[in-house]
Design a protein around this ligand. Structure first.
Ligand code: NAD
Length: 243
């Protein structure tokens, strides 16, 4: 298999780390960013001497994000895939958000993937390459969420995927993974108990939903096996809320 280069936001733990692990296992070179210094340190300890480099950056700090992305472009040259994974979930009612928090949730979950996709598409096209973007949405963006801000931004990620599939064809495939409740994540630990139970009650498959199984779908979408797919919203959710 030829080596690919993958850039992943929110790489240091959760789903992002598993996408990195599967990519590394396939022989790919991985770059990523994360806004948690402790998690980066632990990630680096777990991945010593592997083909992965992580930059400290909050994806909502757009000048810093652009700098990181440009650095990766210079180091890597060709970047085969961008995975817009970093997300922010607070699990609270809209009435408890102030304007600044709404802005931040929009910046992290939606504006950062927009900006990165734009820079990524410019880079790929300038080099005459081909590429792929995978955005991470959520079942919450399809069926709604008790957290209206999260439900709204994740619906936006689905819209962004479909729009960019049109805008960046034929050079760049743009797809989306829409996970259900992933049990081994910090987000799952934040979700109100009654909502957690409701998601689990809805799942058709047993065995739990973990980062590794969702990462498998992400890695399929960035692989050549998905070369005919663009604009797709692929669910990885044990069949919860069949839709
Ligand atoms: N966990 C779930 O149940 C679930 C379900 C559906 C969708 N998702 C989506 O999947 C993606 C990954 O979720 P997760 O559960 O692995 O998340 P997580 O909260 O565990 O965070 C993953 C990583 O992203 C980093 N990160 C968070 N905010 C960041 C920011 N502003 N800038 C840079 N890095 C940041 C964190 O430090 C962490 O290392 C998110 O987009 C999330 O919305 C998660």
């Amino acid at each position: 298999m030829t080596e690919q280069t993958v850039f992943i936001t929110g790489i240091a733990s959760g789903l992002g780390e598993k996408v990195a692990d599967l990519s590394l296992a396939q022989g790919h070179r991985v770059y990523g960013c994360d806004n948690n210094k402790d998690k980066i340190r632990d990630f680096e300890a777990r991945h010593a001497n592997q083909k992965v480099e992580v930059f400290f950056c909050d994806v909502s700090d757009f000048p810093a994000l652009e700098k990181v992305f440009q650095t990766v472009c210079e180091k890597a040259g060709r970047i085969d895939s961008l995975v817009n994974n970093a997300g922010m979930y607070l699990g609270k009612p809209l009435s408890t958000y102030d304007d600044a928090l709404i802005e931040r949730a929009i910046d992290v979950n939606l504006k950062a993937p927009m900006k990165l996709s734009l820079w990524y598409a410019d880079h790929v096209r300038k080099n005459g390459d081909r590429g792929s973007i995978v955005n991470i949405a959520s079942v919450a963006g399809e069926v709604g969420s008790s957290d209206a801000v999260y439900g709204s931004v994740k619906a936006g990620v689905i819209g962004l995927t479909k729009s960019n599939a049109m805008n960046y064809a034929p050079e760049i495939r743009v797809n989306c993974v829409s996970p259900g409740l992933i049990e081994d994540t910090d987000i799952a630990r934040e979700i109100p108990e009654y909502r957690y139970a409701e998601y689990k009650r809805q799942e058709l498959l047993d065995g739990g939903l973990n980062c590794e199984s969702v990462a498998g779908v992400v890695n399929f979408l960035i692989s050549n096996n998905a070369r005919s797919m663009t604009g797709a919203i692929i669910r990885s959710d044990n069949g919860c809320y069949p839709r």
